[in-house]
Design a protein around this ligand. Structure first.
Ligand code: ZN
Length: 129
């Protein structure tokens, strides 16, 4: 009996730690996104306003867009694996595939996806518990 309780306690601890690291990851996602967007604007502003050869302007703009695009893929990956999405209809919690996360319409962290449990599409919220 004693042993069982200890195991249960440990499981609760592990679950808590996972929840906290998921929350941290989602905060990082926002930070990465903001920094990347700001960096893109800075590069574009430099390219538009400073005196430089045309090829350098093009390089700055391309690098600005490319790093932002790459960061978006990283952010979507974080969103896919950190925590779960909760089905609005059956309340099942699930982790979608990367493709599903990438292609789904979304408003913030709420995505319009098909639930693997009830097979219905709904606006499913990101949850970390
Ligand atoms: Zn469902």
């Amino acid at each position: 009996m004693e042993k069982k309780n200890k195991l249960e306690e440990e499981l609760v601890m592990i679950k808590k730690e996972k929840e906290e690291s998921d929350k941290r990851l989602l905060k990082f996602e926002i930070m990465f996104g903001i920094f990347s967007l700001a960096f893109m604007f800075v590069l574009i502003l430099i390219a538009a306003n400073l005196d430089m050869p045309t090829w350098l302007r093009v390089v700055l703009i391309v690098v600005g867009f490319a790093q932002f695009l790459a960061m978006m893929f990283v952010c979507i990956r974080i969103e896919q694996v950190a925590g779960h999405y909760e089905c609005k209809l059956c309340h099942e919690k699930y982790v979608p595939t990367y493709k599903q996360t990438l292609l789904a319409m979304h408003i913030g962290w709420t995505r319009y996806m098909k639930c693997p449990h009830c097979s219905q599409k709904s606006w499913d919220k990101k949850v970390t518990d």
